[in-house]
Design a binder for this molecule. Structure first.
Ligand SMILES: [Fe+2]
Length: 239
C-alpha cells in the first residue's frame, strides 16, 4: 500500500492548492465570507454519515481489513450533527423557507454535492475491503485539507463571538487524524497488495480526489455568488 499512500499525498498536495482553499486563506476577506460555502455542502456532509453506516460498513466483517473499515465507520458516522450545530450557530437557520431550502439542495447549483455521494457509493460498493481502506485514506486526506484550513477561520469567529464551533473548529479537527481510525501511516503502508489490487487502489484514489475537486469548485462558486450573513438577522438568498 506504500505507493498508494504516496499517490494520495501527491494528490493531496495538488488538492490543497485548489482555488477554494486559496479563497479560504485570503485574509482580505472576512472569515465569514471565507466560510460562505458552508450551507452549500449540507447534502454531502449529512450523507457522509450514511456512506459510513450503509456503504463502507459490512457486518459481520469478512476479514481483518473490513473490520478495520468498520472500526473507522464507528467514528466517522456521527460527525454530521456537529455540522448542523454550527449551521445554527453561524446563523444559517433563517436563510429561506424549508421548501426553498430543499429545492436548493436538489438543484443544479449543488449537483456536485449529490454526485460526490452517489459516485462514492458506487466506488465503495465495487471495492474490496482493502480497496475501501485506500478510499478512506483518500477521503481522510481531502478532509484534512478542508478541516485544517477551516480551523483558523473557526478560531477567529469563536474568539470574536464567544461561541464554540464543534464541526469547523478544534473539536472535530482533533478527531480527524487524516488516516483511518485505529491505524497509523506505517501500518497502512505495510499492507501487502498484489499488482491488480494496487492498480485498482491507485485508480480509486484518483477517482476520489477528482470527485472532491469538482465538489470544491461548486463550493467556491457558492461562496463567491452568495453574500450570506452569519448574523442572526434574516437573510435572503436567491436559491
Ligand atoms: Fe469528520
Amino acid at each position: 500500500m506504500k505507493c498508494v499512500l504516496k499517490k494520495i499525498l501527491e494528490n493531496k498536495r495538488s488538492y490543497a492548492k485548489l482555488p477554494l482553499f486559496q479563497y479560504m486563506r485570503d485574509s482580505s476577506l472576512t472569515e465569514e465570507e471565507r466560510l460562505g460555502f458552508y450551507p452549500c455542502m449540507a447534502h454531502f456532509i449529512l450523507s457522509f454519515g450514511d456512506i459510513n453506516k450503509y456503504m463502507l460498513r459490512e457486518e459481520p466483517a469478512i476479514n481483518l481489513y473490513q473490520q478495520q473499515v468498520n472500526n473507522h465507520t464507528y467514528e466517522d458516522d456521527h460527525h454530521w450533527p456537529w455540522y448542523l450545530e454550527d449551521f445554527t450557530k453561524l446563523g444559517f437557520d433563517h436563510l429561506c423557507s424549508p421548501t426553498s431550502w430543499m429545492r436548493f439542495l436538489w438543484s443544479d447549483e449543488t449537483r456536485q454535492n449529490r454526485i460526490l455521494t452517489y459516485r462514492l457509493a458506487v466506488l465503495i460498493a465495487e471495492a474490496s475491503a482493502v480497496e475501501r481502506i485506500a478510499i478512506i485514506e483518500a477521503i481522510e486526506e481531502t478532509g484534512n485539507v478542508l478541516f485544517s484550513t477551516m480551523l483558523d477561520l473557526a478560531k477567529a469567529i469563536e474568539t470574536r463571538r464567544g461561541i464554540e464551533l464543534r464541526y469547523c473548529g478544534e473539536f472535530h479537527f482533533g478527531l480527524e487524524s487524516g488516516h483511518s481510525v485505529g491505524s497509523d501511516h506505517a501500518e497502512i503502508a505495510g499492507i501487502p497488495l498484489d499488482e491488480v489490487t494496487q492498480a485498482r487502489c491507485l485508480y480509486l484514489v484518483d477517482e476520489v480526489f477528482g470527485l472532491f475537486e469538482a465538489w470544491t469548485h461548486e463550493l467556491l462558486d457558492h461562496a463567491k455568488g452568495h453574500s450570506l450573513a452569519f448574523s442572526s438577522t434574516k437573510v435572503t438568498i436567491s436559491i
